[in-house]
Design a protein around this ligand. Sequence first.
Ligand code: PLP
Length: 408
Amino acid sequence: HNIWNHIPLAKPDPILSIIEEFNRDGNPQKINLSVGAYRDESGKPFILPSIKQASKILFDQESDKEYTSINGSLDYNRLVKQFLFGGFKSGKFFIEQDRIVLAQSLSGTGALKLSGEFLKNWNFKNSNEIFIPSSTWANHYNIFKNCGLKISQYSYIKNNSLDLTNLLKDLNQIPLKSSILFHACCHNPTGLNPTRDEWLEILKIVSERELIPIVDLAYQGFESGNLQQDLYLVEMICNKIANDEISTALICQSFAKNMGLYGERIGSISIITQNSNQTFNIESQLKKTIRSIYSSPSIHGSKLVEIVLSNDEIYQNWQNDVAKMSSRIKKMRFELFNLLNSMDNNLNWNHLIQQNGMFCFTGLSEQQILKLKNEYSIYSTLDGRFSISGINMQNIKYLAESINKVIN
Ligand code: PLP
């Protein structure tokens, strides 16, 4: 008996299949602009010096490899809560009032999964629908779909700019009490984010329609270079909750990019509640969910985070490491912009420097992206997104010249 013959081959993940193709390519000038992971100026992955420092301390200090609590260690929870919410007034108030449920998660993806499960379990009767930006990280769709939520999109980008008019129009039609996902900063893939004033307009509708905001905080530090400054959307939402204009929010946070701890799978989910009774009950439910999926989280990454967040010197070094990564990316963005402008083409490249974060949404067509790959060994996703950290002073001229050739 054949039992599994009916199982078709799943479509490969688009980014992972680009990497496989890149690895097979023998061209010495090949460039990989597909992966959303930081590369240094020589094109190599690297471990942040501050994290090396924390790793040494952990190696000397670690005394056990026991299980941690279902929702992560008490220290991790306290320190991450302080890191995310302790830097502004409304957040501090929520910490004091015990109005934040926080659990360690398997990086940002795990936090999003726990959010989806939470919404399915507890907001389902109000609404089973979640709205995501049209054009977003592809996994948002997969994660929430697997949680059983209905997924709809709201407008986000038009002509390489934020499409605020249609975004607001769409938001005004969202069914009451639905959930809505926002990128806290450094929107992936477009690099476009609303301004503070535009966020106020958006949050006004969130309040009017009693929507539940889910904030995806995967690139904290890469927009301004400053970890605390990049919490602006979290702060704006917390201020609205403190004013009773919004009832709750879910924050899905990741240390993958800003600590370079990609493979450690370390992050957090926070749920802002209305009082400590809700906090107590919600925490118990979140633990029940976690227990049934993976029992308890892994400990190595969380111990590193605890060291970084509890040691002033290492924290400062970490902040400096983040500033360096973000400024190298910004520099490459401007260099590419200048090179393309200096070349013989009549296109407007202003959007490249209006965007923020790890990605540059070039506006190149799928055909042009394929040409870049097939003729110049430059690999990126078909939507025209470049992961800027794959660019460095050695390959930028070749990249700009190749782009100039495919568009002419
Ligand atoms: N959210 C966004 C927008 C992302 O781009 C990513 C990763 O690329 C994630 C979440 C999740 O990353 P991780 O699970 O590695 O923290």
